[in-house]
Ligand binder design. Sequence first.
Ligand code: 5GP
Length: 176
Amino acid sequence: MIQVKDKTFETYITEEALRERVNILARQISEDYGGKTPLFLAILNGAFIFAADLLKQVAIPCEISFVKVASYHQMQSSGTVTELIGLTENIAGRPVIILEDIVDTGITMEQILQAVQAKEPESVKIATLLFKPDALQKNIQLDYVGFQIPSRFVVGYGLDYDGHGRNLPHLYVLKE
Ligand code: 5GP
């Protein structure tokens, strides 16, 4: 059991189990993208450890770019506009793989997807370390999923609680 700020968490998925699963995803991606040079788009901050561990095991030529997502409400029209900050690569005509830490309601991922698709890549696939199927509200296809988990709050391996805990090597779940 560990303490992050005012909350208590217990070990949920160990560093070893995470690495094993991430290596399998890397192998799968390497097979699926044989002969191609995919561009990985890692979503900061949460996906930084997942991206690093995954990329070390990707055995085909590839590039990686780290982007932040900024969402804001437009004054004139309805809806939210999502911008990818830090995306300097031209992704038009390229196979893109989005790397995310967790998909919960899917609202964030749907917006990221729209922002990426607007730049006309050859293809877009999604790799997420974690997926909470019970919370999903959007119809999005997750191509590579590390672990399906129940709707409980997790921290560690890149994911934070109020800015803390990203450095923890294992994944922890909030103690109920
Ligand atoms: P969604 O838009 O899919 O509801 O939410 C995705 C975002 O919510 C993730 O990128 C992450 O920042 C945050 N999130 C959802 N569930 C968790 C969780 O269990 N732990 C942490 N640390 N963040 C979460």
